[in-house]
Design a protein around this ligand. Structure first.
Ligand code: PEP
Ligand code: MN
Length: 348
């Protein structure tokens, strides 16, 4: 249920509402507006009548939240969620660019890629160190060694790092290194992991599951939000369909649909969505035209030698081309690519 406070509500009246919500076994989540405040009351219990809330002092109106996802819905939070990640802001007018290799493979590979994508205008560096591979015999990631290389790349370039977490057992190790936790498609419904990440105050990049509906994606985001973590970015990364000519099928519809249903920022991963370097840039352009707030793109200095996802990884010079084209589309949409802060160190 959503309880909207009157514009001139007092702190005591808000306290009274919060206490009544708790007395009904529900958890209050408060969104402060310029003049008013909205209290979203969520929990397992169904409240048969809204009357006990409507009569409270300072309350303007009480409504049920019609969507199954509550805290992520626009009913609870009508404005876009806009929040800072080290050096830039996501969810506002700016388009954010996250780029880097599928996997961190070596110190020189990640440093070279980091400097190249930074030069091209990327805001954040991606790189996996725990890889969700279909085969247990494929490269599984460098683990902590990879995190150290990523930390060095961050130090040299000033870019925050985006790294996939596969299990809550990796959290303790990763917390000190990682700026943005990526939850991969295969873990979108790993509810134990989501709950643990919801307790952190790190930004979470939640990718859509291979066969997940938009509603299921939003329900997974709800686990993060229910834990009090408001820094959640949603990522469309292509879904399984009957089509086999690309690795996945980009659900471009998902971008405006999500933007309509939720206040959370929405980005697209054109690399996994297409699986083919030839289609990454066209689909990146389409995403921005459709209203995405950013892109996460795989870039590798030598894609033919990549240990994972080389087929879909752009060479740095192709990434530059992609950024230039995306910039033009962003401008046509009245937006711009998020500016980068001054380089921290020149070389490596
Ligand atoms: C990745 O980003 O490298 C990855 C494994 O992505 P996804 O979870 O979307 O498949
Ligand atoms: Mn990958």
């Amino acid at each position: 249920m959503i309880i909207v406070m009157k514009p001139n509500y007092t702190p005591q009246q808000l306290e009274g509402v919060i206490a009544t919500v708790k007395a009904h076994g529900l958890t209050p989540h408060i969104t402060y507006g310029v003049e008013t405040a909205i209290v979203a009351a969520v929990g397992e219990f169904h409240v048969p009548s809204l009357d006990p809330f409507e009569v409270l002092d300072g309350v303007e109106s009480v409504k049920r939240i019609s969507q199954p996802f509550k805290l992520g819905s626009r009913q609870v939070h009508p404005e876009n969620s806009v929040f800072p990640i080290d050096g830039f802001t996501v969810g506002g007018d700016d388009i954010v660019l996250m780029a880097g290799p599928c996997s961190v493979e070596s110190r020189s590979q990640i440093l070279e890629t980091a400097h190249a994508v930074r030069e091209a205008g990327a805001n954040a560096l991606r790189g996996g160190v725990f890889k969700p591979r279909t085969s247990p015999y494929s490269f599984q990631g460098l683990g902590e060694e990879g995190l150290k290389y990523l930390a060095e790349a961050r130090e040299q370039t000033g870019m925050p790092i985006v790294v996939e977490i596969m299990s809550q057992t990796q959290l303790e190790l990763m917390l000190d290194y990682v700026d943005v936790f990526q939850v991969g498609a295969r873990n979108m419904q790993n509810f134990n992991l989501l709950r643990v990440l919801g307790e952190t105050r790190k930004t979470i990049l939640l990718k859509r599951g291979l066969s997940a509906t938009i509603e299921e994606l939003l329900m997974s985001a709800e686990y993060l939000l229910a834990g009090g973590n408001k820094q959640v970015i949603l990522c469309e990364r292509g879904i399984r369909t009957f089509e086999t000519s690309t690795r996945n099928t980009t659900d471009i519809n998902a971008i405006p649909v999500l933007k309509n249903l939720t206040h959370l920022p929405v980005i697209l991963d054109p690399s996994h969505a297409t699986g083919d370097v030839n289609y990454v840039t066209p689909i990146a352009r389409a995403a921005i035209a459709a209203g995405a707030d950013g892109l996460i793109v795989e870039v590798h200095p030598e894609p033919s030698k990549a240990v994972s996802d080389g087929k879909q990884s752009l060479k740095p010079e192709k990434f530059v081309e992609m950024v230039n084209q995306v910039r033009a589309i962003a401008e046509a949409m009245g937006r711009k690519i998020a500016p980068i802060k001054k380089s921290v160190s020149a070389g490596w």
